[in-house]
Ligand binder design. Sequence first.
Ligand code: PAF
Length: 276
Amino acid sequence: MKLITTIPEMQELSTNWRVVTGFVPTMGYLHAGHLSLVQRAVAENQNVVVSIFVNPSQFGPGEDYNNYPRDLEKDLELLKTCRVTHAFLPKDNDMYPEGYQTWVSVDGLSKILCGRSRPHHFRGVTTIVTKLLHIVKPQNIYLGEKDFQQLVILRKMVQDLNIPCRVVGCPIMREKDGLAMSSRNKYLSLAERQQALCLYNSLQLAQELYSSGVRNKQEVVAEMKELILKQKGDIDYIDVVDPENLSSLSELVRGSRILLAVRIGQTRLIDNLEIV
Ligand code: PAF
């Protein structure tokens, strides 16, 4: 695996590649969720580039940029075992040099759901992913469904900006008890780790209600809220949406997606489930 730390070096390589390249953008502190994206990329591409960059512009003031977990050494060990061909580790100052002032934003989709409480978050994500796509020039980019809104926004961005890259969404990886894997799970105390199960359990409850014939969103959301509040979760939002465009639905239908964000102690967690 080749380590690349500068943008010109990465660009020179990617400009001359004549083989299919898959790209997995990450902020590091890799877990089995990331590795499932990497494995899919390795199976489908000759070159696989994984970037590790904790992107400052997607964190709001008072959010966890400084505390975001980092373990580069372990990340690189893991990537080597997965047959990744290139790890791209750009520096903050190279990505955002002094005087930087260009932003990419997907206006409508970035304002709803997580965008309400994190108003600049998705602008940071769409900007950094645009930059990375220009630098790495992959044919395929692999993104997790755990960040479902991010996935839909990036699909829209790639389509609207005619970026020649296929966006591949990959299923959520969960711990044995159902908790969606996330680097932020590291913030949870033992007691909070138990409480955090309310996200997945409430999604399961919604599926059970749907399977028993309930269709009304308000009714389902009320039951989910009750379950989450019992675990002292602080609900940011729960919504049932069309998976293509994230528009809010009043009824659950097969294929609709339930998205939620809940704060457990100081940690804001997200999860989602497709209704089947
Ligand atoms: O999902 C993430 O880890 C980040 O939002 C991403 C896509 C790597 C952009 O910084």
